[in-house]
Write a protein that binds this ligand. Structure first.
Ligand code: NI
Length: 175
């Protein structure tokens, strides 16, 4: 359908709590999902949430075979997730580098649960329930945070581990 403009941090729409989807399998929802997928792929994103293109409803997309922004990440299934719920399955968290299409050019270290269960629906209303670990779990937590108006810098615990990608990549061990 169309590659849409991704809103950048500072836009108040990124700080709003998105509304649940009530009607599935509608032309409007189909068109939104296509735009999210097209935009995510055009920007090499690992995921994208509807509020990032200015649509305040609880829809995220994520997934890739391989991703240039996260070259070491294992594949994540291509997924449309509507009205998601996340449940941590252990207290274990891992701190790792993360970026966001709404925070371009920057990376930060963010603690996330390493093992979660997530539930929701696809755009047709078919239930989805999965367990996820590691990067897959990280992506889901990151994208679902967008639905609550949370950007990853708000989850950071050490602001020294925040910087420009081009600088970090020039340092040993930066990524
Ligand atoms: Ni993001």
């Amino acid at each position: 359908m169309a590659v849409r403009t991704v809103l950048k941090m500072g836009n108040p729409k990124l700080l709003q709590v998105a509304k649940p989807v009530k009607m599935f399998a509608t032309p409007e929802l189909d068109a939104l999902v296509e735009d999210l997928m097209d935009t995510m792929q055009a920007e090499d994103g690992a995921g994208l949430a509807a509020p990032q293109i200015g649509v305040g409803i609880r829809v995220v997309v994520f997934g890739f075979e391989s991703n240039i922004r996260y070259p070491e990440a294992a594949p994540v299934p291509q997924t449309v997730l509507v009205n998601p719920l996340i449940e941590p399955l252990s207290d274990e968290r891992e701190a790792a580098w993360e970026g966001c299409l709404s925070v371009p050019g920057l990376r930060g270290v963010v603690p996330r649960y390493t093992h979660i269960r997530y539930r929701g629906f696809d755009q047709f209303g078919v239930a989805i329930e999965r367990e996820a670990h590691d990067f897959h779990a990280r992506v889901v937590q990151h994208e679902c945070d967008h639905l609550d108006g949370i950007l990853y810098p708000q989850r950071m615990t050490d602001m020294r581990l925040f910087g420009f990608t081009e600088v970090l990549e020039g340092l040993a061990g930066g990524s």
